[in-house]
Ligand binder design. Structure first.
Ligand code: NAP
Length: 344
């Protein structure tokens, strides 16, 4: 049997501020032979998600923090290479919480749920993006919380990212009259209008965001889907329409903060405009996952949703790839390819 070596990146210490390469250490060890009931997965693509930064802090959130000495937690897609598990055969593409490592030995479960088979007929890595957490988050955040009505005005921050880009397009599909995206840089803003079908894009790195929102949404914003928080949230709150919905999907502008900033200072705008601000976590929707993926698959197939993937390469570049999210280097879903598929 082939001798297989597993490279694993373990959390060595908790980052202060931005994640550093030295916050992780490499362990190299042989892959143990399988026991009855186990399967061996070659990890192929890793997903990078802003929430991973929160998992590194020593605080309990919706999941426990990654422990010091633990393999860095991450979603991945891989291929079954050997199986002594009755439910899996070699060659199948699977997804799960596989972590920053080359190989995964599993009994069919990962730390947060079962190893899932990738449905036939789709690009396997799409289950990490448009047909996975970010797509499903966009779907339920926009539709269940945002509740866009025909003709309404929708504003999305982090709009050129994996979640925001889909959220804006979902609103458009549901008949929103005007969808405005906020993103960093001219290239991302061009993508939003030319490819993503947004009606307007605001470059928060060079524009006066609040003035541009006022100009683009003269009657106010009915739905604000926020991925960013901070000054962008405040600018949006100052431009709400009566009975607006503010969807708190994320607040990436403060994920690296050593001390959390106060705010939003102008939350009383919610009172004045009789508006509602509500957060959610996508795992609340596990029982409706298939509904979202089914709808997204039809819209992608019909050309109504466009999505991008930014694919970095090499497990050793995982910490730098996580940083890309906070540097705004990714357009669309941030992935890292560990090795070329198919393995067998
Ligand atoms: P993403 O949007 O693909 O990537 C992150 C983007 O955030 C970057 O490309 C960057 O774009 C922007 N950004 C980074 N730092 C920023 C800052 N200081 N100010 C403004 N923008 C900044 O990532 P994603 O995975 O789709 O996640 C987007 C948001 O959704 C995150 O807040 C995440 O936590 C949240 N989320 C929530 C749930 C949930 O269940 N509630 C699930 C998934 C994701 P620019 O170039 O535009 O700056």
């Amino acid at each position: 049997m082939t001798e297989r070596t597993n490279r694993q990146l373990l959390l060595a210490r908790r980052p202060v501020g931005d994640v550093a390469d030295s916050d992780f250490e490499l362990r190299v060890e042989p892959v143990a032979p399988l026991d009855e009931g186990q399967l061996l997965i070659r990890n192929l693509w890793l997903s990078f998600d802003p929430t991973q930064r929160g998992w590194l802090n020593p605080v309990e959130s919706y999941v426990p923090p990654v422990a010091i000495g633990e393999v860095m937690r991450a979603s991945g897609v891989g291929q079954v290479v050997e199986s002594r598990h009755p439910g899996f055969v070699p060659g199948e593409f699977v997804s799960g919480l596989f972590g920053w490592q080359d190989w995964v030995v599993s009994n069919g479960m990962t730390a947060m749920g079962p190893v899932q088979k990738v449905p036939a007929g789709i690009d396997p890595k799409a289950v990490l993006g448009v047909f996975g957490v970010t797509g499903v988050t966009a779907y339920f955040g926009m539709l269940d919380l945002g509740q866009p009505t025909p003709g309404c005005t929708v504003l999305v921050s982090g709009a050129a990212g994996a979640t925001g880009s889909v959220a804006g397009q979902v609103a458009k599909i549901k008949g929103a009259g005007r969808v405005i995206g906020i993103a960093g840089g001219a290239d991302k803003c061009a993508w939003l209008v030319e490819r993503g079908g947004f009606d307007a894009a605001i470059d928060y790195k060079s524009d006066d965001v609040e003035a541009r929102i006022r100009a683009e949404a003269p009657n106010g914003v009915d739905v604000f889907f926020d991925n960013v928080g901070g000054p962008i949230l405040e600018a949006a709150l100052n431009n709400l329409a009566m009975r607006a919905r503010v969807v708190l999907c994320g607040g990436i502008s403060s994920y690296n903060a050593v001390e959390l900033p106060p705010g939003p200072r102008n939350y009383m705008q919610l009172v004045i405009m009789r508006a509602r601000m509500e957060g959610f976590i996508v795992i609340d929707y596990l029982d409706r996952w298939a509904e979202a993926v089914g709808a997204l698959a039809v819209w992608v197939h019909d050309g109504l949703i466009h999505y991008e993937e930014d694919i970095q390469e090499g497990l050793e570049h995982a910490p730098a790839t996580l940083r890309r999210l906070f540097e705004g280097r990714n357009l669309g879903k941030q992935l890292l390819k560990i090795t070329d598929p198919p393995i067998i």
